[in-house]
Design a protein around this ligand. Structure first.
Ligand SMILES: NC(=O)c1ccc[n+]([C@@H]2O[C@H](COP(=O)([O-])OP(=O)(O)OC[C@H]3O[C@@H](n4cnc5c(N)ncnc54)[C@H](OP(=O)(O)O)[C@@H]3O)[C@@H](O)[C@H]2O)c1
Length: 337
């Protein structure tokens, strides 16, 4: 079977040219686990850091051997797991860039293909969606009357965060994103009240004008500098969710990500660090809630989609440059075999 791996250990941020396909042995079914045919593969920003050994202590795959990490939705072709039959659908964080994957016990969840489109399980119902839900509902506890500011708002995490804030009662949701196409997605598809293009001249003044009442919650996906800009347009006692540092993932040297303590004190701000792993035990609860929102038309999602594993490296390169518009997703095989 085909597997994508690294050509060599990385010495700089990954580009499409760093990946290569190998012919890998068919996976063996682990005791208590399953083998799945990969249908959808998720491409996520953290993988760029992980491939360089910079993510939560997780080791990079062995070059010319290990699969590039990636969440998947697949169909079970062999099962040694209680309650899982051949033909069932599963989601796993460690499926990888390959046609088939072995998933040990405790490393996959069964998904219901009738509750929502299968592909949604790696985006809006997957890890990015769970991240958004955790930040908005569990950390910021956003609700009635909150004014919420989100950056990287066209992405899977940001777009979902703003929509969940609205569902939970926020009176105003404002996004920040790079370029007019992304800003259109944020307002027209995700239904934010406004989206400020940070590549346009005078954007910080425009952001301030859009938030005369001040944000009561901000959701930070990009950088410490952006968090400080968000803080500057926030009211006292703001809750700031620190979710990601997308602007720093490609840097060649580790950065300090300094926050301005004086500004935080002055605003009496709560800064809330988010790691989605803490919320994995609540995934099924989130999927049940969010599937209903999708079917009620309250929660939209957008995908930057390619077909074929061979197109994964180019889409990953686009994601690393911030060029993706919506959730990057690769169809590896057909839903119906
Ligand atoms: N804490 C957690 O547990 C957790 C879990 C999942 C994801 N995250 C983080 O959440 C954030 C959003 O994730 P996502 O999957 O929805 O990604 P995404 O928003 O689809 O992609 C990242 C976005 O970051 C923005 N960006 C700004 N500067 C960039 C740069 N120098 N290089 C690349 N991108 C840049 C780009 O949007 P613009 O063009 O609009 O700026 C880009 O599209 C990421 O920081 C991710 O690491 C954190």
């Amino acid at each position: 079977m085909k597997r994508y791996t690294l050509k060599a250990a990385l010495t700089a941020a990954p580009t499409a040219e760093d990946f290569t396909a190998i012919d890998a042995p068919s996976p063996e079914c682990p005791e208590g686990g399953v083998v799945a045919r990969v249908i959808y593969l998720s491409l996520d920003p953290y993988v760029g850091s992980r491939l360089r050994g910079r993510h939560m202590g997780e080791t990079p795959p062995t070059p010319m051997q290990g699969a590039i990490p990636g969440a998947i939705v697949g169909q079970v072709v062999e099962s040694r797991a209680a309650g899982i039959a051949e033909g069932d659908y599963v989601h796993a964080m460690e499926g990888g860039w390959q046609e088939y994957c072995a998933l040990p016990a405790g490393h996959f969840r069964k998904v219901d293909p009738k509750a929502a489109p299968l592909r949604a399980h790696i985006g809006v119902l997957g890890m990015p969606g769970l991240t958004a839900w955790a930040g908005i509902t569990q950390l910021a506890k956003a609700g009635d009357g909150d004014v919420v500011l989100v950056d990287a708002a066209a992405g899977s995490v940001g777009g979902t965060a703003g929509q969940i804030a609205r569902i939970k009662g926020a009176s105003k949701v404002v996004g920040v994103a790079g370029g007019p196409e992304k800003c259109r997605l944020v307002t027209e598809t995700y239904g934010f009240d406004a989206c400020i293009d940070y590549r346009a001249e005078g954007w910080q003044a425009a952001l301030k004008e859009t938030l005369p009442e001040g944000a009561s919650v901000f959701f930070e996906n990009v950088s410490a500098d952006m968090a400080m800009i968000a803080l500057s347009v926030s009211r006292l006692y703001v809750r700031g969710v620190l979710c990601g540092l997308a602007d720093a993932y490609q840097a060649d040297t580790p950065q300090a990500h300094a926050l301005n303590a004086g500004a935080i004190i002055g605003k009496r701000a709560q800064m809330l660090g988010l790691v989605v792993y803490d919320f994995y035990p609540r995934w099924d609860e989130y999927v049940a809630e969010a599937s209903a929102w999708i079917s009620q038309g309250k929660l939209a999602f957008a995908e930057d989609h390619v077909t074929g594993l061979d197109n994964a490296p180019a889409l990953f390169g686009k994601l690393m440059r911030g060029g993706n518009v919506g959730k990057p997703i690769v169809t590896v095989s057909e839903e119906q075999a």
